[in-house]
Design a protein around this ligand. Structure first.
Ligand SMILES: C[S@@+](CC[C@H](N)C(=O)[O-])C[C@H]1O[C@@H](n2cnc3c(N)ncnc32)[C@H](O)[C@@H]1O
Length: 204
């Protein structure tokens, strides 16, 4: 279980005091120091699954304009890496947790991407947007049916030639999720496997 204090990390309005923190990590030769707080997922360090995703998946090309989508942004590590790696791209960061959304907005400003990062609750993403890339360390702990519902909601929002990158721990069902996605008609490659995490590349 990730290091979540008090409420579930996917609580809409965490009630425990925020206890501000900073999380430091490096991806693709760039150092990040992001704001975090209790009540959000992996508040004290970059989640190991997210670290594998960001180091193994193909980061967007520098000239990508997107739009890109981070489903379940937490305090925003994936969003900030995408926005930094693709400095012309618009990145949508979606989460049910208000504190996570606030932190992601603050962190987008920290990395100089405030104008290109759109932080939103799931229902506030414009229905007509098609995403060039969808990235997610999805919330496995919401339950299998809810996770499937989440993926069935967002994966169809990929542009025709879009690609989704997912990371799932093998012991939390990474391989069965892979099989389920294939059953749903998606093309799924196990792009990488490291430290017990599967990095799945999903296309139409
Ligand atoms: C495994 S965490 C990943 C957080 C962050 N991307 C990271 O890598 O540290 C999953 C996130 O999904 C969010 N979440 C849970 N249910 C959701 C839903 N239905 N729609 C969008 N986000 C959701 C949680 O609040 C949590 O922040």
């Amino acid at each position: 279980m990730p290091d979540v204090t008090g409420d579930h990390y996917f609580t809409a309005e965490p009630t425990i005091p925020a206890q501000p923190r900073e999380v430091e990590f490096s991806v693709a030769g760039r150092d990040y120091t992001l704001a975090s707080a209790s009540g959000v997922f992996s508040a004290t360090r970059l989640d190991p699954g997210t670290a594998v995703l960001l180091r193994k998946a193909d980061l967007p090309a520098p000239d990508t304009t997107g739009p890109l989508l981070d489903v379940g942004c937490g305090f925003g590590p994936i969003t900030c890496v995408l926005a930094s790696t693709a400095p012309a791209a618009t990145v949508w960061a979606v989460d049910v947790n208000q504190r996570a959304r606030d932190l992601t907005a603050a962190n987008a400003a920290r990395v100089g991407a405030a104008r290109r990062v759109r932080v939103a609750a799931p229902d506030d993403v414009p229905a007509d947007l098609a995403f060039a890339e969808i990235w997610s360390n999805p919330p496995i702990h919401i339950g299998k049916a809810e996770l499937h519902e989440l993926l069935l909601r967002w994966l169809p929002r990929l542009a025709p030639d879009g690609v989704a990158w997912l990371v799932v721990a093998r012991h939390l069902g990474g391989d069965s999720l892979h099989r389920w996605l294939v059953e749903q008609g998606w093309q799924v490659d196990r792009h990488a496997s490291q430290k017990g995490f599967r990095v799945l590349r999903v296309t139409r």
